[in-house]
Design a protein. Sequence first.
Length: 232
Amino acid sequence: MSGLWKPRVVRNVRRPDAETVRKLGEQGVATVHEAQGRTGLMLPYIRPIYPHAKVSGVAITVSCQPGDNLMIHAAMETVKKGDILVVTTTSESTDGMFGDLLGTSCQAHGVVGLIIDAGIRDTTDLTAMNFPVWAKAISAQGTVKATAGSVNVPVVCAGTAVNPGDVIVADNDGVVVVPRDRAEEVAALSAKRIAKEEQSRERLKNGELGLDFYGLRAKLKELGVEYSDEEV
């Protein structure tokens, strides 16, 4: 094997500003997704293992063979406080590749969450630890540690491209990826969107119709919608 496909561990990742990562987390998945042009959203089968889980952090990417979590262990020497593991497999898998022992190691090294396009196990223990996980499946099926993979290379997780150093925002709405070099821009756009939504919320509370302040009556007319006052 050679070139791009050679298994490797990249130790150093350029990380975005921690304050920007925090702001994106507070803004939430739905707002961030809209603010960056409805891009970066992972497929909705990736779900949190307990309600109200919420996290933001820097992506440490891990590419594993299905049913083999060797490279998750290898990734642990590359992490820093505030990182999130983003784990994929080279073909589809639902095996339980991550459990409470790896969760304990993650917390000891400052990892704040896990996104995994495969299965996990020990969900009761991970929940009790308050370690947030978004996963494809829950399965007691164990794994091995036998096959090489890569750490901190570009991956595709749940249909979305993720590069090491990208910002991950995850909550009950799902998981969104913000490219590292756009993080500050997207945070600023998200803040503007939140301010605009707050104004709209107040108008709706006061009884105004979205048809009017969104200018949708003209759209209905353009689409040929006719009004009738007949009783039905």
